[in-house]
Design a binder for this molecule. Sequence first.
Ligand code: 5GP
Ligand code: MG
Ligand code: MG
Length: 194
Amino acid sequence: MHEDIEEILVTQEQIKAKVKELGHQITQDYQGKNLLLLGILKGAIPFIADLSRAIDMLHEIDYMAVSSYGNATQSSGVVRILKDLEGPIDQKHVLIVEDIVDSGLTLHYMLDLLRQRHPLSLRVCTLLYKERERAKPLELAYIGFRIPNLFVVGYGLDYAQRYRNLPYVGVLKPEVYQNNQKPERQHKSPAESS
Ligand code: 5GP
Ligand code: MG
Ligand code: MG
């Protein structure tokens, strides 16, 4: 375990088993369909790389990079597109692959935007889902793990762009934040891509 980590919430072994299970489920659900996995950069990179290889049928992968507008502590739900898809999706079944759903506002915005491009279907697979109150309910087809409402890092998730390479999901020690911005503020910064 890395010295900056206070507690591991989801282990490498748990992630591995869950990715296998999700890949199997997705393979069954999308059999014979033109599937596009849509990874949201940068947090979803390790997840989509593992999930894609756990899906036992041909499919495409593309990415979008988005940045949340809004004040420091709360995501406004208005999103700026930093990198868009390579092509149209009207002949594709799109499965959005996310690292984590917190407020869900980013995802709501993405879903509204992508629906206007008329994909054959549009669903979401998130590795992590925070147990918390939400302004708008969200329909999530696949959820890896439900976690408490804490700021987490690892397996793609960053604090100040670091810790993405940790093979597990964990909580940072409080002293890591000392003389630094709080992570709640840091990860909502409009300047930073999620
Ligand atoms: P939401 O719009 O659902 O509030 O969150 C959007 C993005 O903020 C997520 O996709 C993720 O990139 C980032 N985020 C939310 N919660 C966490 C967290 O606990 N840790 C980290 N590192 N990023 C988070
Ligand atoms: Mg994300
Ligand atoms: Mg981030």
